[in-house]
Design a protein around this ligand. Sequence first.
Ligand SMILES: Cc1cc2nc3c(=O)[nH]c(=O)nc-3n(C[C@H](O)[C@H](O)[C@H](O)COP(=O)(O)OP(=O)(O)OC[C@H]3O[C@@H](n4cnc5c(N)ncnc54)[C@H](O)[C@@H]3O)c2cc1C
Length: 390
Amino acid sequence: MSDIDRVDALVDRLLAEHSFDDPQAFWGAQYDLGLAWVWFPEGFGGLGLARGLQSRINRRLEEAGAPTWNRRVNILGIGMGAAVLAAHGTDEQKRRWLRPMFTTEEIWCQLFSEPGAGSDLAGLATRAVRDGDEWVVTGQKVWTTLAHIAKWGLLVTRTDPDVPKHRGLTYFVVDMQAPGVDVRPLYQITGEAEFNEVFFDEVRIPDDQRIDDVGAGWRVAMTTLMNERVAIGGDTTPRGSGAIAEAVRVWKESRSDDPVLRDELVRLWAEWEAFRLTAARASEMAKAGTPGPEGSTGKLVWADLNKRITSFTVELMGMDGAVFPGGYRLIRPEGRDEMPPQKAFLRARANSIEGGTSEIMMNIIGERVLGLPPEPRVDKDVPWKEVPRG
Ligand SMILES: Cc1cc2nc3c(=O)[nH]c(=O)nc-3n(C[C@H](O)[C@H](O)[C@H](O)COP(=O)(O)OP(=O)(O)OC[C@H]3O[C@@H](n4cnc5c(N)ncnc54)[C@H](O)[C@@H]3O)c2cc1C
């Protein structure tokens, strides 16, 4: 039996034996059949097959109307945390965390950015100091999406200030409900507090929640970021769906006969389709393992296109585009919220910042894909504690 036939038979079985009424039970069954991350080992939500087969599974589930929104609600876990555990975690860590992550029983967040370390992530200052079988963490993170509902956080810390910045980092999974973790909302242009600032005041993390070796945090962080860029810019949704579907719907409703607007809509549709097909091809060709720097291309293109499509949609709406539906309520979202065009327009402004800015994507593509000369890095060989900081 070919790998495709095997996967198709398992999808048929999942659809035949499990109802859509209880999404968490459905996702549990999907995990147990190895259809959660098909390239992961058997017993850990996968079948050890090519990564590219996952898009076939997802497409078939979507076409059948099965619940697939766990990937959206728990994007930081399912899109990135899982890949980190698969590449760097122990079997015990995978067994503990992967299944409840996939079923959304446990939501995950990503604690990377700090007030003084965003694009320059390796310069981060949150300290972890060893105390027997535990680590004591003190510092501050910022822009932490969904920290207010997360059970677990992917955390990069500085464990050795005496070596150059990339070498003194260690990666942990932190319990977001542990004593000393303080999550405070940060409100965005949409009026929502989707992200937060997070303070750590002598938070204790058991050493068995460390991911990979002490000092290997940069390597693990890179696995996280490579997967984040694919999770954000690797759209493999069906043709004509998503932001461009909304633009077409609003166009039809507007009954506009303006040829300039129609030309613009068709241009955006074609650009979106070219992006979508490129992402789908990359996803289907993907083997097991961590995506490479070329994942930055999709993220860069998607950020720009999504901004232009959502701007065009509110422009089509005329004055209605300027009115925020339902009022401008300050809420703390949980990942499954409505996205009317006005809100999508405002939310899209963040696309060229989140997951690495577009300038940083261009630097990565220039240096690591095109082989252009690298940026000067004056602090590369200087111990972190001697690098001047603001
Ligand atoms: C909606 C949203 C959600 C987010 N969620 C999370 C999250 O869950 N977890 C998390 O850890 N972080 C999160 N972030 C933070 C995000 O990763 C950072 O904002 C981003 O990496 C940029 O860092 P910064 O904000 O510190 O900007 P800076 O790094 O200070 O950059 C400021 C400006 O300088 C430019 N710049 C900086 N360095 C260079 C360079 N070398 N070359 C050229 N230009 C440069 C940048 O492109 C940018 O325009 C989120 C951000 C947003 C907007």
